[in-house]
Design a protein around this ligand. Sequence first.
Ligand code: NAP
Length: 438
Amino acid sequence: MKVAIVGAGPSGFYTADALTKDVPDAQIDIIERLPTPYGLIRGGVAPDHQTTKRVTRNFERTALKPQIRFYGNVEIGRDLSLAELREIYDAVVLAIGAPLDRSLGIPGADKEGVYGAAAFVGWYNGHPDFRQLMPRLDGSGVAVVGVGNVAVDIARVLVKTPAEMATTDLVHYAADAIAASAVTVVHMFGRRGPSEAEFTNVELREMGRLEDCHPVVDPQQLPESVTGEMSDRDRRVRERNLQTLREFVELAPANKRKRVHFAFYARPVEILGGDRVEALRVERTEVVDGRATGTGELRDVPCCAVIGAIGYRGEPLEGMPFDQRHGIAVSEDGRIDEGLFAAGWIRRGPTGVIGTNKPDGHAASEQIAALQPTVGKPGRSKLEQRLRERGRRWVSFADWQLIDRLEVERGKGEAPRCKFVTIDEMLGALDQEMPKAS
Ligand code: NAP
């Protein structure tokens, strides 16, 4: 059995690992667009959440299993089509995530200074696609739209001090830009109320323990208790969030210079300014039957940048049926077509934590194990032949381990690493080290 997994993020690795157990003699190739593996663990998880990134140790163990190979710097849709891949392999699993930002869809969203979370987070995490973003942080206020964990990450990275970020792998250009910025206030806008906010409690509580930033909550916006239909687990998280927000109200500002304002019942309706963002216009809402309903009451909040942290979308790929509305692949329990599967965010949409992708990987693996064996699919040998013919240089897992080691060695002080932030830099570093290694 020859299996190709497209995407080396958590869902790709969970699928690969499950396959090594369900189909022990399968040849498994993980194909990744970037030279670096681990997807959102490297490019999405906040740089100050290093413990979350430790899961890569398990993924590394998986990658080193003898039946698995990593082909980094290979893009399906550019270097090889999905149709070609399906010809070469018995099964293909698309674990390509949800790399695009959902659009704010309001007037003014095309102004300079409006960013999506995928771009902004990618920028401070050193994702090569966003190295050039250089967000405008030249005013005192930034508006973050959304009250999920990504919004909290962005707010926190913007207000933490250089000392607080010293133990992180925040890339240098972002650390410098944030330290030099004029930003002292981050407004987080939730279109519904505090009990509907999506952030989890550990993440919210961090906002009360920042060195130079005070969380601001309007006590009038805090309900007595959480109401509405939801699971017991969700209710517990939301009750805890309410409690934490109440504690924030009581917290003394203690001469802290910066503020994060939690602004609920406020939905963005327009981004104001000339070519550049000058303010975000929000409308006060009421929550009726769980939905935000506008009251017509508007206010303008001055800001130099608006960052939409309102969820992500998958990217269409030729040969993958795509559900435009939800931004995911069309599949039935992860099965797209004969021999073609989806796992992770491209299958279910951008929800859950890293481990939520594990069952998806298991499901894809079980479906592959149940496939009728075909004879003579060439798999990896043909992949390599095609890549050679097209002059495409791929990065092996050993190459990645070298990049990883170099990044760790470059890390200064307490920083766990100093990332390479362009593909050329990564390949260049390999070129320099290869003669020494051989
Ligand atoms: P999310 O949890 O779905 O939150 C999205 C937020 O955007 C919600 O507050 C939502 O409000 C709001 N929103 C959506 N459309 C909007 C619009 N048009 N106007 C205004 N607000 C809008 O998504 P996320 O923060 O991107 O996170 C994605 C997933 O990654 C989540 O499962 C998250 O928990 C996970 N994650 C986890 C961590 C962690 O564990 N530390 C860190 C980062 C991300 P409504 O509820 O009203 O729609």
